[in-house]
Structures are given as structure tokens and as C-alpha cells.
Design a protein around this ligand. Sequence first.
Ligand SMILES: NC(=O)c1ccc[n+]([C@@H]2O[C@H](COP(=O)([O-])OP(=O)(O)OC[C@H]3O[C@@H](n4cnc5c(N)ncnc54)[C@H](OP(=O)(O)O)[C@@H]3O)[C@@H](O)[C@H]2O)c1
Length: 354
Amino acid sequence: MLLNHRAIITRPGQPPPRLIIRAVAQQPSETVPREGDLAGAEDELAWTILLAASGHAERVAHAGQLAAFGLTREGGLQPVPRDDDRAVLTWRPGSGWESHWSDPDPRLPLMDLYLPICSATTERPMTVGHLGQSLDGFIATHAGESRWVTGQENLLHMHRLRALTDAVVVGAATVALDDPQLTTRLVEGPNPLRVVLDPGRRLGDQYRVFNDPSAETLYICAQSMVDAGPPRVGLAKVVGVDGSADGLDVHAVMQLLRDRGCTRIFVEGGGVTVSMFLEANLLDRLHMAIAPLLIGDGRPAIRLRPPAALGDCVRPRYRVFRMGGDVLFDCELGGDTTTGTAETTAPPSVTRVI
Ligand SMILES: NC(=O)c1ccc[n+]([C@@H]2O[C@H](COP(=O)([O-])OP(=O)(O)OC[C@H]3O[C@@H](n4cnc5c(N)ncnc54)[C@H](OP(=O)(O)O)[C@@H]3O)[C@@H](O)[C@H]2O)c1
């Protein structure tokens, strides 16, 4: 299915608005068998609203009041009365965006999944980690093969996360093994700042993320390694941060990105990198996509220091989204996170099909 769409996307602190006219080819069912209950959630209008919401959140938050917004022809948001037919979103100070759609609107799953991310502001920033793992907890084979652990819908989800965030962070092994571009090729929306963590400067300059000019790339290494090579790796600027016992201090990485105006940060992988941010308590949400696949042994997803007892483990509040054959757990790691076994039977706060 080809959807022709045009919208002006702006973000605070970013270069002047650019007109995006791009054909969006998104029909996951063309490549992946889907079950009959999938709704038409890849709705063009819903995605346009989400892009507008992520671009306008800061400005609306500064205005400070509860207000409703409609979508302009150009893909922007304009204030309208709350009972106006054109109202698609309401901004609630303190919590962020709320959609005006309710069940069974097929666009609701997209709004449910992404509005919490679109609601982030400088005062309430958001960092999301995502991994796609097998049933037995691996994100790749030992050799590093990870393509199609999860399916096309989950890949689309990752491109959406890139489009809604200011920076996408990956570890050195992901660049070495996947050579990703980390752009938003599958969806409409801006490319994020690309951030590669390579403490020991072991990566060469041949990778696409260092040579593709469609987005800026930061190459972060240990402070002690900054002068061990040229100030750029390909087109990417080399930046040093302090080290920790495990490698780079992820708090310092986070501070660096916040100082550059990155309100929404997407930690895309691999397992070592997401685990470091999780262990440091820097993730607000963890998106864990689970695929019906058994790898047996390979590169693990999350690895944390082992707890003394099950009661010490984190049991976050969660929502569930079906993505083709995969199931995405959207875990909230903020204030309401519980520990232990008390909540074992708590149902997810929302279950949707994307
Ligand atoms: N299924 C998925 O969701 C998914 C997503 C992304 C990647 N992948 C796959 O996952 C595999 C790579 O994942 P991975 O877990 O092995 O590695 P990774 O997280 O991609 O990279 C880990 C490496 O990055 C560097 N690094 C990252 N953060 C660091 C920190 N805070 N401090 C120090 N060093 C840091 C270290 O390099 P040094 O060892 O040089 O110090 C570390 O070994 C690949 O096969 C890729 O295809 C899967």
C-alpha cells in the first residue's frame, strides 16, 4: 500500500522546518503472515498526529494549560475548543498528550503506544530502550546474526521510535555486526542524531553510520582515547566521556546528549548497551519485543547483576501490544515500578494489536 502524504515537521531546537514529501510504503502484511485480528493501525492520520505531537510538545508544555488541538492541513497542531470535532489531542499539564479516540477506533493502538514518548519535554525527558528477543532471551546468534529475530512490524516500530526521538544510541558490536544506518527509511519523520558507543575506538571508519550524510553521528569513546585517532571517524565527530568500571559512564553519555538538547533518547541495542542503561536506572521505558523463535544460545538480551532473591527483582507496570507474530511488552520503569512477586497476577494496563 502506498500512502502519499505531506507534512511540515518542526522540532524545538532543530533547523528550520522542512517540507517532507515522501511515499510511505508500509504494508507489513506483504512480507509477514499476519493473523486475522490485525487492525489497520498503520493509519496515516494517526502517524501524522504523532509526529506533530512530538514536535509540538515542548511549546505546548510551556504554555502550561490544559488545551485541545486539531491537526492542520500541513500536519501541524492548532488549538481548538475541547468539544470541537477537529480536536484530536488534549495536552494535560503534568502527564502530556491524551488522544480523543476511544475503542474500537483502529488508530488507538498507535496513539496508545507512542503518545507517552511524544509527551516528553525538557522538564520530563524520556529514554526508551528496545530489544527484540527470542522466546529464550537472545537477540542474535553468537555470530551476530539478528535479522528477523523479530518481524517486519517490529522493524517498522524501531523506525517509528527513531522518528519520534532526538537521538538513537547503539553499541560498538551492533555497528560492527549489523552496519545499521539508523535512519527513518520506513516511515515519514526526521532522522535522529545517531550515537555510537565505542569506548576503545575499535571500529573503523567504513561503516554506513559514519559515512551516510543523511543524519549527524556522534562517535563516543573513553576520554583517554580521544587523542588516539583523528577527531572524526568518517563524518562522525569523536567525543570523549569519562569511564566507569564497566566501560563508558552511561550517566555521562546521557548528560552529553541532554546538553545537546536531546529530550527523547532511544537506546536501540544491543543487549550489552541496553543493559548498561537499565542497570544505571536511566531508562524510563523498556520495549521488549518477544518473537516466537528459539535460538538456544547466542547474544543475550538483558543481563543485569543477579539479585539475591526473586523479591528483589524489578516487576514493572506494563502494557502489551501485538506486532504481527511478536508480542511487545512496553514496560514503565519510572515511579510506579514494583519489585518482587506481589504483582504476579496483575493484568497489563492495556492490550492492543498494532
Ligand atoms: N534484536 C535486537 O533488538 C538487536 C538490536 C541491536 C543489535 N542486535 C544484535 O546484537 C548484537 C550486538 O549486541 P551486543 O549486546 O553483543 O553488543 P552492543 O550492545 O551492540 O555493543 C556492546 C559493545 O559496545 C560497547 N559499549 C556499549 N556501551 C558501553 C558502555 N556503556 N561502556 C562501555 N562499552 C560500551 C562495548 O564495546 P567494547 O567491547 O569494544 O568495549 C561493548 O562491548 C549484534 O549481533 C546485533 O546484530 C540485536
